[in-house]
Design a protein around this ligand. Sequence first.
Ligand SMILES: Cc1cc2nc3c(=O)[nH]c(=O)nc-3n(C[C@H](O)[C@H](O)[C@H](O)COP(=O)(O)OP(=O)(O)OC[C@H]3O[C@@H](n4cnc5c(N)ncnc54)[C@H](O)[C@@H]3O)c2cc1C
Length: 715
Amino acid sequence: MTKSRLALLVAIVALVAAFFALDLGRFFSLEFFRSQQAAITGFHAAHPWQTAAAFFALYVAVTGLSLPGAAIMTLVAGAIFGLLWGTVIVSFASTIGATLAFLASRFLFRDGIQRKFGDKLRAIDAGMEKEGAFYLFTLRLVPVFPFFVINLVMGLTPMKARTFYWVSQVGMLLGTIAYVNAGTQIGRIESLKGILSPSLLLSFAALGVLPLVAKKIVDLLRARKVYARWPKPARFDRNMIVIGAGSAGLVSAYIAAAVKAKVTLIEKHRMGGDCLNTGCVPSKALIRSAKLLSQIHHAQRYGIRKAQAEFDFADLMERVQRVVSAIEPHDSAQRYTGLGVECIQGEAKITSPWSVEVKGAQGTQTLTTRAIVIAAGASPFVPPVPGIEEVGYVTSDTIWGLRALPRRLLVLGGGPIGCELTQCFARFGSKVTQVEMLPRLMVREDPEISALVMQSFRDDGIDVRVGHKARQFVVENGEKTLIAEHDGKDVRIGFDLLLCAVGRVANTSGYGLEELGIGTTRQRTVETNEFLETIYPNIFACGDVAGPFQFTHTAAHQAWYAAVNALFGKLKKFRADYSVIPWATFTDPEVARVGLNETEAKDKGIAYEVTTYGIDDLDRAIADSAAHGVVKVLTVPGRDRILGVTIVGEHAGDLIIEYIGAMKHGIGLNKILGTIHIYPTLAEANKYAAGNWKKAHVSRRTLQCLERYHAWMRG
Ligand SMILES: Cc1cc2nc3c(=O)[nH]c(=O)nc-3n(C[C@H](O)[C@H](O)[C@H](O)COP(=O)(O)OP(=O)(O)OC[C@H]3O[C@@H](n4cnc5c(N)ncnc54)[C@H](O)[C@@H]3O)c2cc1C
């Protein structure tokens, strides 16, 4: 806790303790007021403004410090100032006092609570940001929880102080009027209990619940409105139709079949989608060959005087296809049919919220369904750079058809796909130039992580051109040339083949979204809410088409939510959980990440500490001649809770799994340090990083005590 926080806490505790120790509560009773009523009203008659100011200040102090007595003071306000002024004074004083308590609670405890339970509170915080004002209004009118508890708890939520103030003032107004009014007849009041009759309490409760109910009804009507123009079938052929049989679609359909729903999976192209056919699988197969070649090239590192590889690029690409074919059965229609999924080959189009038209070899058929899951994936984005169509290009979709190695390859794009393919082709012997508009490759990672990759690329002979903006493609003297802008000057880069890898854009047109009015986000993905629902509560989207991530594992993760919400949403809906999202780029060295990196922590204003461990020092890495890279862990300052990890090095994508598990299940660095890691493995790097954190956090005083203890033991 910071000094200022500690000082405030001590001051508040001292004031509250003094209140009780000196039994000041006795002054906040009906008996006391009645005994002093004549004197007080006399003073008020002589000094009206001073009395009002003093009363106001006292009221603010009582509510601000969450002391008992506000109810009695409200009655007293009625007795002294009458209904109008009593209400005005109490309404403002109580709201200001409540807001001070709210702010104090926020200042003292919110950061700590966020640090400890931030992940778990994310959903509640999001709900509060959206509907907090409604909840607060209800709580103010339905007196279930004491007001001081509401003030303190609300301070821990992300609600804006401004919102808290005005909702509290409006929400407490009726109760204030009722109490101040009762106070005007204070002589007749025997106890606080009788002031609000049960029927009055009930009316307040009804008023409090009203806005929430109204909001739910509006949501319901809005949902019904989108369906209004579509005739609903009396019955449905299926429980769920899935459009697209990539990672997201396959998992959605699998889950539906596993819970015995009738599900149809429609794929227009190849089962397995991008990941199997043009993405993860072929790229990783290619990377394996490239790595082997690199190892042969550096045979001396392994004590082998000379090693040579004889290969034909076409054979490498054929091997890639063999790998794809070997994995194909995992995603095949045959396998999924066996699992209980009806697989249809054809192009799907949503024709109403409950019907999908499929155009296939057998003609066109229309299927009806209770729910639809859109898993239509994404496609390579080709930027509209003048001349690009004239020079021609390949993308991650079409590169797999190449059988001749380009002599000079130009790769446009410094993201994961561009980087992986750049390194492969360089290692096969192409002269590769990689052009990136931004100042570094892999811009999502921290600068020094990008630098490690860029250094490795340069060691591989790759001409890395960052800060180069493609302006135009031309053919000059029969040579394909990129004119790029760098530092305000034109730079010309000749090439034989262009690989365009500047990102992927969701497939959102041509299958009914426009007709149904399903919108897209600024990132051009299908617009969904936290349940992955589109504006039609029975139509869901997941995977690359929904974003915000473009990975196979996130597509599969979302698919669970889409399928379960589609099938069981009427009973219970689940918010997609993005709290622990990992990924890896399979360059050499690999770069793997989970959670925050330093750049993001800074951008979001999240306090963090960094611990690193250099893999160059790791026994197994040295033995493998792979002694390079780093484990970089971000933790909550002073605590072992992990905020994020980046690993660069051999098998980083595998090593990071330990940290993914730790973050997911709330395990800190102390527990990782206390776990036996097999010697000698690369995974020991995780433990050593935890060890470095521990060393930095051992208290000096403890060490001094231990030193004295051992000295004493020696006699
Ligand atoms: C080169 C490359 C390497 C990659 N490497 C990795 C990696 O190492 N790790 C990783 O996690 N991710 C990787 N990815 C990303 C990964 O491939 C995607 O995130 C993943 O495939 C997304 O799955 P999806 O189901 O959302 O979409 P897709 O796999 O694209 O599937 C969508 C399917 O929908 C079909 N479809 C579309 N419209 C219709 C329609 N109207 N009717 C019927 N069918 C339709 C399409 O034909 C397609 O098969 C890589 C991608 C590329 C391009």
